[in-house]
Design a binder for this molecule. Structure first.
Ligand code: GLN
Length: 465
């Protein structure tokens, strides 16, 4: 990304666009908090310092579960209303040190639990491509901010698809890095063994650039890996000759909308035309991902969210004694989906049920991870799949939680296995964006970006038609 304008001009333009899309009863509602004076002052300081580099003066937004100074961090929840973190997340610090300017925090499903943004305490986000539909979730505000042209780079978080799925629904690029590739310091914990910060880009190059800056070992997160960070943008010009791309049959079930399957096969043809070989493969435990994910994630969430007790953070509602205060605070502060997950998670971890549910789920999780190791160990460099089984749906269309959970069917596997994934626009169905997903082995983001760049180049304007 090259900036020919000053930082102050770029930030002012971003703030103007934010006002345009917020205005009116049918505003997108993708932005929760912003401080225009602070952002403009930071931009002016960058101009004065004559900072160089590809991110100098580039405006960005971050999901509201990533800790920032100056702006609130509420996780889209009432329980943290008005809470301002005393420290900033490593990903925020790294982007700011590279000269990027945080212009706003974005709306999301409460504590990143959801696939539609309908679970935010601050109201749903509308999809900029079709405002009667959801933008996806849980990082829907960040996806919408990129799709609406407020920024080219946005941070989100992934536990089961929350960057890739909204990227697909909004027609932008979304990356979920390898577990441990990016520091989680300052990312509010949902399910710690699955969570990763991810990035949205208007293009593959925007996402690759942001990844170069945020990836790498962080002494403040002991699960961040000490693995060198390649220059992901160098993947842009690498030819695909010699690459084997797997087409896993479990991600193309007979029930898949044939128009989505056709767009994915067109994308695979484009990759083949650029020199890649496409091979049919199988990941036999794929259909167990949703049941496993919806045991592991709520179990970890029930433990992580115990800290919101009215004593340490945010909201406090007084009740009858200490226990009454806990109960009043948590029942007032948490919305219905978060409450459901805490109940579910506590249940599967309780004595007598732990072995039957949680332990079993962990065992099956190992089988799902093993599926990926097996295909990647057999000469396959990456996998290509649809990102989601449907395009963006109408508000209220998935009121049954199980229906909503099924939307994560193609994305939750990567989080359970810890492998990286990217969603890239591959075309439209009924005018609605469809994403194609590229999955690669652990720390093989370079291969993932190589294929994503090639696909973006080959499809050109077709990706958005
Ligand atoms: N939709 C999934 C869930 O509700 C994924 C969320 C996420 O990735 N943060 O848990």
């Amino acid at each position: 990304m090259t900036t020919t304008t000053s930082a102050a001009e770029a930030v002012a333009a971003s703030l103007r666009r934010m006002d345009e899309v917020k205005a009116g009863a049918d505003g997108l509602n993708c932005i929760l908090w912003s401080d225009r004076e602070h952002a403009l002052a930071e931009a002016r300081a960058i101009d004065e310092s004559r900072a160089q580099g590809p991110l100098a003066g580039v405006p960005f937004v971050a999901k509201d579960n990533i800790a920032t100074l100056h702006l609130p961090t509420t996780c889209g929840s009432r329980i943290l209303e008005g809470y301002v973190s005393p420290y900033q997340a490593t990903v925020i610090r790294r982007l700011r040190e590279a000269g990027a300017v945080l212009v706003a925090k974005t709306n999301c499903d409460e504590f990143a639990m959801g696939s539609s943004n309908e679970h935010s305490a601050y109201g749903p986000v509308r999809n900029p491509i079709c405002p009667t539909r959801v933008p996806g979730g849980s990082s829907g505000g960040s996806a919408a901010a990129v799709a609406a042209g407020i920024v080219r780079i946005a941070l989100g978080s992934e536990t089961g698809g929350s960057v890739r799925q909204p990227a697909a629904f909004c027609g932008v690029v979304g990356v979920k890095p390898t577990y441990g590739r990016v520091s989680r310091y300052g990312l509010v914990a949902f399910a710690s063994s699955l969570d990763q910060v991810g990035v949205f880009g208007a293009t593959v190059d925007d996402a690759a650039l942001a990844m170069e800056v945020i990836a790498g070992r962080d002494p403040l997160d002991s699960t961040s890996a000490d693995v060198p960070v390649p220059r992901y943008r160098a993947a842009a010009d690498r030819p695909l000759e010699g690459l084997v791309i797997g087409r896993p049959k479990e991600y193309f079930p007979p029930s898949l909308d044939p128009r989505i399957a056709a767009l994915c096969d067109r994308a695979l043809d484009a990759l083949r035309a650029q020199g890649a070989t496409v091979r049919d493969v199988s990941l036999p435990h794929t259909d167990l991902a949703i049941p496993v994910y919806y045991i592991v994630a709520p179990a970890e969430a029930s433990s992580n969210l115990a800290r919101f007790d009215g004593v340490r953070y945010g909201l406090r509602v007084t009740g009858d004694g200490l226990r009454g205060m806990y109960e009043a605070t948590r029942s007032r502060g948490f919305g219905p989906e978060v409450t459901r997950r805490i109940l579910l998670g506590t249940y599967v971890l309780s004595a007598g049920y732990y072995d039957a549910y949680y332990k079993k789920a962990q065992e099956v999780r190992t089988l799902i991870a093993q599926d990926f190791r097996t295909v990647f160990g057999n000469g396959v460099h990456a996998l290509f799949t649809p990102t989601t089984p449907t395009p963006a749906f109408e508000f209220g269309a998935k009121a049954d939680p199980y229906e909503m959970y099924l939307n994560d069917i193609f994305t939750a596997t990567a989080n359970l296995a810890g492998v990286p994934g990217i969603s890239v626009p591959v075309g439209r169905v009924d005018g609605l964006p469809i994403g194609g997903q590229i999955l690669a082995g652990h720390f093989e983001e370079m291969t993932m970006f190589q294929i994503a760049y090639a696909l973006e180049r080959a499809l050109g304007a077709e990706a958005h038609r």
